[in-house]
Ligand binder design. Sequence first.
Ligand code: 3HC
Ligand code: NAI
Length: 726
Amino acid sequence: MARDARGSAAVALIRLHNPPVNALSLTVLQALEDGLKRADADPSVKAVMIYGENGKFSAGADIRGFSSVRGHGLGLGHLVSLIEQSKKPVVAAIEGVALGGGLEVALGCHYRVAHVKARLGLPEVTIGLLPGGEGTQRLPRLIGVPAALDLITTGRHIPATEALKLGLVDEVVEENTVEAAICLANRVIDQPLGPRRLSLKPVPKLPNMEAFLNGAFAKLKKQARGFLAPELCLQAVRAATQLPFAQGVRRERELFAVLLSSGQARALQYAFFAERAVQKWTTPRGASWRSAAPQPIRKAAVIGLGTMGRGIVTSLVKANIPVVALEQNLEYLNTGRKAVMLLLEREAMKMEQGTQTLGFHDPARLQFTVDFDVLWDVDLVIEAVFENMALKKEIFQKLSKICKPGAFLCTNTSALNIDEIAAATSHPQQVIGTHFFSPAHVMRLVEIIYGHHTSPVAIATAMQLAKALKKVGVVVGNCFGFVGNRMMFPYVQQAVFLLEEGSRPEAVDQVLEDFGFKIGPFRMSDLAGLDVGWRSRKGQGLTGPSLPAGTPARQRHGQRYSPLPDLLCEQGRFGQKTGRGWYQYEKAGGRTAKPDPWLHNFLAQYRDTHRIKTRSIDQEEILERCLFPLINEGFKILAEGIASGPEHLDVIYINGYGWPRHKGGPMFYASTVGLPRVLAKLQKYSVAHPDVPELQPSALLKKLVALGSPPLKDWVSCLSQPSNKL
Ligand code: 3HC
Ligand code: NAI
């Protein structure tokens, strides 16, 4: 505790110090309590000011401590009450972040001063919890139920200016926050503290409180898809409206304990750390985030303004990186330009300062061209032309000649070989895959694929770029489909096999949507367009006239193959774009999927033709047949060293494939189901379907079960022991 003797009175300063984010560990809570007690006992101290070291107030409770700490929330609540009960005014000086327990500490203070760049919020819901330091009871009393419910159930971080408008802070300053807080503390010495103690305030009334809460509950329930925390957050806020403060706090603690012991909180906290762990990338050849410094990207280019290029340009502009957008001819350029402008205008409308900030009408920040020569000075190019190897090679050859030698050449290919593309250039070390997901200005994932020659600096630069675009980059090796699409293939394949065996698209989708996926495989296929996969299968010679004569309809290269998607395409059923696919839609481009009697009939005829006996398939089988082969492929990817740990696969699935975050990702999910069970089920299904290699359990899965299912963090490292070689 330091002293400040400005003016006539002494303000005791309490500094939170626990780098890097001043998390409230038990040691920090104890030190804060001791500091407060000393300040209260010292007659020369007239006010107290709490601030955080390194320009950060606090990011809340120490998330790493949850698994080992009993009643963490309870300890924090006790401290927050203690602050509020102090006989001397306590002022919070909020710089950087005041999140979770950090904001709850600030709510215990009698006054709050925030720096204009500070961000505040109660993000506990995002890690499967609720604010357990009495925040669900104090915040509604301060800013009213609607605003409090919004912050608590979404977990969003708000800027200080919004916090001021809501009444969450008393002052916002542009300069020295600590000075401003000390001034405020001096001004309020000897003023009555009762009106500043939030626990004593009533919750502001709404004329229709019950109806409002019921409406909010119905909305949350619809969006939740099995995610528990938002619902319990609402119950805690409801308690604030119905019970006296102390009883409300008891209810908050009960609900917090329910969430803390739930598997969902564990999964979400795993996901939080997994997203940070993948930033610390390594490759099997020993390159790592420590060994390479990213290069600055002052100017970028995007080649191809189709579905993906448009979103990528938008993301670059939003990140304030000047972009050159290039198309093959003026007609495509004009279409692309219009589409990009529309996206940017929509983005600008969402931003506070709008187009002025994005500045996309300035040709120095966004230039459209058909002339490759313009690209001589860019630092990085992202190619997003058609998925065609010959075309990509032609473009890379051209780029290699025109761009400066240090320029990074990235391809957005979803499956093609990075090494083959790199071989078309004279600088293969500068070539790297940056696989964005559609829509690219929205989806957070970027798979960063290194080829044989890719330099560590190129990887570091691509990762840095992903960060600048506010996306999550995950470094993976080069193989067909990379990680995400390679794991997706057996999932989609099984979904179609299930139709052959007796199921329907709506039944399969329902099971996977109940599991928590935003959208099931058939609705997804209709949305993306069945023709995309059809073209790729034709290219691989799996369907169409290139098939060897006499190939059995349901086998390719001796393995089971379902021609169902190809047959639908032959009927012109490409999904939403044609108004028909696995479902029917009100019109071409329609969005509302309705089960289609035509398709049911078609499936029945198909089974007759191929003499497949229809059987009833239960929900458990649907779930396991779709998810376990996807997980199995994940184990193969780990064994091949394509990804350096299970967290990588999980981060990819959570951010790029709609895997429910509260289930932690496929590999985490496998660890919760239990590896012996996953193995036993794969063995059972592979016996029933011997012509499906994707159902054969992977060597790594078998090894891990034989080793007694070590914890997920040891799945890859245990292979380094000679006795555990596969
Ligand atoms: N506990 C423990 N570690 C934390 C932490 C926390 N609350 N918040 C961040 N960290 C760690 C990160 O793991 C990372 O560690 P690493 O360097 O070893 O990888 C380091 O701090 C820096 O974090 P980021 O890489 O995320 O840094 P950014 O600058 O990008 O973001 C942040 C900073 C906005 C504070 C972000 O870390 C964040 O959102 N943190 C979580 C905030 C949160 O959820 N708080 C609620 C906690 S639960 C709670 O308070 C319960 C209470 O109500 C009872
Ligand atoms: P698209 O067909 O929508 O757009 C491709 C664009 O490239 C067209 O506008 C075309 O005019 C342009 N183009 C073609 N040749 C060109 C040339 N020589 N010079 C300049 N521009 C040229 O394709 P889409 O969907 O945007 O895909 C692009 C790449 O991204 C492909 O490699 C694809 O596999 C990959 N991808 C696609 C995803 C998707 O969901 N559509 C998801 C992830 C990756």
